[in-house]
Design a protein around this ligand. Structure first.
Ligand code: ARG
Ligand code: ZN
Length: 463
């Protein structure tokens, strides 16, 4: 070995040492940053790569008078690659500080991406805990179809709803439906307001300053678009469903009296749905009927769907409760699979009407078949984000299920519905997962059915 090569070997070694040293300081020499999005076909930047969230601990204080939210999000996650940095989705608000595993982390914001750079790299497989403290006046997010999500403020409170991308308006997270997690949420409000969220209310206490704190526990995995906070002058009732499930309903004046009878039906309808779909997937139930005028559709917020006062009727209730199985427990892998939510919840309405209201599903099917709006595109391929909640997703989605039922027979179809809810319970699924599963249960190839009713571009000649 010549002197010169020895020198360069030493220099190389020194460089390597330097590199390791730098990596330990988090400069990203070994690990790389997690991706800024999960490449959803409609929202490519939604969600983030490189980690998987297990739990969100959200501590929120809200002042309805000023609209100011003070929050701390404690996110427990596992790195799925060596990570020098990772992103969270957050829209608006001001980040006050961030830590990873207790140590201050550098952070940076660009658009709806919040990047955290931990002091030490996170090795693949590591469990870590990121904390973000933030505050500000959260704002609604106008989505592609013109509806408003996120944080919807009303004169007397607010509701937070997330489908499809609104949740980033009120807490930082991995806001793609493919990363489900359990939640604990603590909400502090002035005493004259009532606050609700998903899951079981485990505590209610008065703070030294007179504000009231409630604590909400969601042990089952939840997609972030299903997380909710409801703040207003609600009146609540409690009951029990299915023998053991606590039911909490809430309504805001002036809907309290008008919604009372239907709110009482929640346990009964759940019991009927359990007979169809199998075990109820969650440890809590209920409904919220809001007077908040900014919300213009009902949403299947997990365990406690949310309804504008004027859309709280029996079939909408049946629809949102059916989503607890189809959407909330079995969640689409990407937004392209949204018909697995809306087609199923719509068909659940048809099934309910057939069994309890003397309207055969075939009648609903033929009505839907006759409507041009339902043929704009195939249900499993909405052309763009603004079409995710269009009639073909709902009505033609339900028509696919009705044709499946006519093809395989009632008994096999019932098995497919229940088995689907069981096999993908608390998980994510794609359209292909569904067609394969249905074929496996039916014991036959169903390509002809899918080609025409699920994927076909035009309207078939006959219903
Ligand atoms: N999932 C809701 C339902 O039960 C509809 C949500 C509509 N969201 C929207 N951004 N347009 O039908
Ligand atoms: Zn729906």
């Amino acid at each position: 070995m010549s002197r010169r090569s020895r020198t360069s070997a030493a220099a190389l070694a020194a460089l390597a040492l330097l590199a390791t040293g730098c990596a330990d300081l988090g400069s990203g020499v070994r690990g790389t940053p997690g991706a800024a999005g999960l490449r959803d076909p409609y929202f490519p930047k939604l969600g983030n790569g490189g980690y998987d969230v297990g739990h969100y601990g959200l501590t929120l204080a809200y002042d309805p008078a000023s609209g100011r939210l003070d929050g701390t999000a404690e996110i427990t996650a596992r790195a799925t690659q060596d990570l020098s940095a990772f992103n969270l989705d957050l829209a608006g608000l001001t980040v006050r500080g961030a830590t990873v595993d207790g140590a201050p982390a550098a952070y940076n914001r660009a658009g709806n991406e919040l990047t955290l750079r931990p002091r030490e790299e996170l090795p693949e497989g590591a469990e870590f805990r990121a904390t973000v403290t933030y505050s500000g006046v959260p704002e609604p997010i106008t989505d592609a179809d013109g509806s408003e999500e996120g944080w919807l403020r009303a004169p007397d409170g607010a509701v937070a709803v997330g489908e499809p991308t609104g949740s980033m308006a009120w807490f930082p997270g991995n806001h793609h439906p493919s990363d489900k997690a359990s939640y604990d949420l603590t909400l502090t409000l002035p005493a004259r307001f009532e606050g609700l969220s998903n899951g079981v209310r485990t505590a209610r206490r008065t703070e030294p300053d007179g504000r009231v704190t409630t604590v909400w526990h969601t042990p089952e995995p939840m997609a972030s678009y299903l997380a909710t906070v409801v703040i207003g002058r609600y009146e609540t009732t409690t009951a029990t469903a299915l023998g053991t499930v606590p039911v909490l309903t809430a309504a805001e004046p002036p809907a309290v009296a008008g919604s009372a009878a239907l709110r009482k039906e929640v346990p009964g309808i759940l019991a009927r749905q359990v007979k169809r779909f199998g075990p109820y997937p969650f440890s809590a139930a209920g409904v919220v009927v809001t007077g908040n005028k900014s919300l213009d559709y009902a949403l299947e917020t997990q365990s406690r769907p949310l309804f504008p006062a004027d859309s709280f009727d029996r079939s909408t209730l049946v629809h949102e409760q059916a989503h607890q199985w189809f959407g909330d427990s079995v969640t689409p892998k990407s937004w392209r699979d949204i018909w697995l939510n809306e087609g199923f919840a719509t068909y659940a309405e048809w099934l309910y009407a057939e069994e309890y209201e003397h309207v055969p599903a075939r009648t609903r099917f033929e009505r839907a078949f006759a409507q041009d709006a339902n043929w704009a595109f195939p249900p499993a391929a909405p052309p763009s984000a603004e079409n995710l909640f269009d009639p073909p997703v709902y009505q033609r989605g339900a028509m696919v299920l009705h044709k499946l039922r006519e093809t395989v027979g009632d008994r096999v179809f019932d098995g497919i519905l229940r088995g689907w809810a069981a096999k993908y319970r608390h998980a994510n699924a794609t359209t292909d997962d569904f067609t394969s599963y249905a074929e496996a249960v039916a014991g036959r190839d169903l390509d002809a059915l899918w080609d025409v009713w699920l994927h076909g571009d035009g309207k078939p000649a006959r219903p």
